[in-house]
Design a protein around this ligand. Structure first.
Ligand SMILES: [Fe+2]
Ligand SMILES: [Fe+2]
Length: 207
């Protein structure tokens, strides 16, 4: 990697972790009323949105790592395109956390570093495995967002609109990965990914 490229990649990482993300699309549900939530509901919703924000930090790092090691230009471009959409998810969840007076996960740098390493490794294994890893990640995120939609307060239409649109985007990302030749991961890999996601979501909900 030449110096210019290295600077661009480090800048990308620093902006993801410490700058506010920007969205081209408007905030889903941005015109819906912000119905007051009681203290316990607000704590719960902030926890869920912090988990989602942390997941998007991980997505940025995974995509960055995979794009860096991918051998195919078309795949690299697809990864960059999906990463742009994940940046919007980052912006939406960040905005909702701020609206509710919460804070982002303190462990984000740790998860970013781990996810970048995983993305680099997946890319090194070859594009079909890298895309398979991506497709499985997106499917697990979709299931996880389904879980959030079932436990977010019905009256919190703003949070529900954000999670609903993210879910649709993640489904599309998985389909894109499959269309570019994703391989089906072995069951043991899927299980390991679920275990790691459980650890991350459990911690991010609290800190
Ligand atoms: Fe996302
Ligand atoms: Fe995604």
């Amino acid at each position: 990697m030449n110096l210019d490229r290295a600077i661009v990649e480090v800048d990308r990482a620093l902006r993801t972790l410490w700058a506010s993300a920007h969205s081209v699309r408007p905030l889903p549900g941005g015109d819906l009323p912000d119905v007051p939530l009681d203290r316990e509901q607000r704590r719960h919703v902030v926890g869920l949105m912090r988990v989602n924000h942390c997941g998007e930090i991980c997505a940025q790092a995974l995509y960055q790592g995979q794009a860096l090691t991918s051998r195919d230009l078309v795949v690299r471009e697809a990864l960059r395109g999906a990463a742009d959409e994940e940046t919007e998810h980052l912006a939406w969840t960040e905005q909702r956390i701020a609206e509710l007076g919460g804070h982002k996960s303190l462990l984000n740098p740790l998860w970013y570093g781990g996810s970048l390493g995983l993305g680099l490794l997946a890319g090194v294994l070859g594009d079909k495995w890298s895309l398979g890893f991506l497709a499985e990640t997106e499917r697990q995120v979709e299931a996880h967002l389904d879980g959030h939609l079932s436990c977010l307060p019905e009256e919190d239409a703003r949070s529900r609109a954000i999670v609903g649109q993210m879910r649709l985007d993640e489904i599309h990302h998985a389909e894109t990965a499959v269309a570019h030749g994703a391989a089906e991961l072995p069951a043991v890999c899927k299980l390991a990914m679920k275990g790691m996601a459980k650890l991350m979501t459990g911690l991010a909900y609290r800190v």
